[in-house]
Design a binder for this molecule. Structure first.
Ligand SMILES: Nc1nc2c(ncn2[C@@H]2O[C@H](COP(=O)(O)OP(=O)(O)OP(=O)(O)O)[C@@H](O)[C@H]2O)c(=O)[nH]1
Length: 193
């Protein structure tokens, strides 16, 4: 059920066919397209791997090229929820590729990840939230995540600052750690709900 398809462009590009997303007739099954967005290095791939496989990708940092996705099925109150989670490249040079995928990220989420250890602090978060609003559908469900909460020594962004930004944009906020697993399952489950 795992999709690790590099660019995934031919098979799963927006508007190129594929299965219809949304609630099925019986309403016992849902398909949600979730986007993980944020600056390079904030930990998007690691969060996805933690959620999907329950493991932490330690070792050298390999930046995502273009876009990639993985599927995970959740059972929530008797409803089978098929999450298709897209891991976008944070690097600027891939921006034009990833923008195209925002459009049909429906009730899933445009998720912003904020590295608490990055000196650039909260500013990238604002840019990403603005970008999602611009390219995704109006009703896209957003959530702000502050990742790497385990790195207490290097922490530069206070919890209150993350909360304030999230409030400003009217989105929920959660602090996570792909390394320890803290709140990772909770964050994905919350957005699916
Ligand atoms: N301490 C700590 N390190 C983390 C955590 N999550 C990710 N990292 C590390 O941060 C680095 C970047 O992680 P990635 O998940 O590859 O970052 P990314 O956001 O996918 O980066 P791009 O693919 O370039 O957009 C790696 O060296 C990870 O091991 C975390 O929760 N805690």
């Amino acid at each position: 059920d795992t999709g690790t398809r590099g660019a995934g462009l031919q098979l799963a590009g927006p508007g190129l066919g594929g299965e219809k997303q949304g609630w099925s007739a019986a309403s016992s099954e849902a398909r949600l397209k979730v986007m993980l967005v944020g600056d390079s290095g904030v930990g998007k791939t690691c969060l996805l791997v933690r959620f999907k496989d329950g493991a932490f990708l330690a070792g050298s940092f390999i930046s995502t090229v273009g876009i990639d996705f993985r599927n995970k099925v959740l059972n929530m109150d008797g409803v089978k929820v098929k999450l298709q989670i897209w891991d976008t490249a944070g690097q600027e040079r891939f921006r034009s590729v990833t923008h195209a995928y925002y459009r049909d990220a429906h009730a899933g989420l445009g998720c912003h990840l904020l590295s608490l250890t990055m000196l650039s602090g909260l500013f990238p978060s604002q840019a990403w939230l603005t970008e999602i609003h611009e390219y995704a559908k109006q009703d896209v469900v957003l959530m702000l995540l502050g990742n790497k909460v385990d790195s207490t020594q290097e922490r530069v962004v206070k919890r209150e600052d993350g909360e304030r930004l999230a409030k400003e944009y009217g989105v929920p906020f959660m602090e996570t750690s792909a390394k320890s697993g803290l709140n990772v399952e909770l964050a994905f489950t919350a957005i699916a709900k």
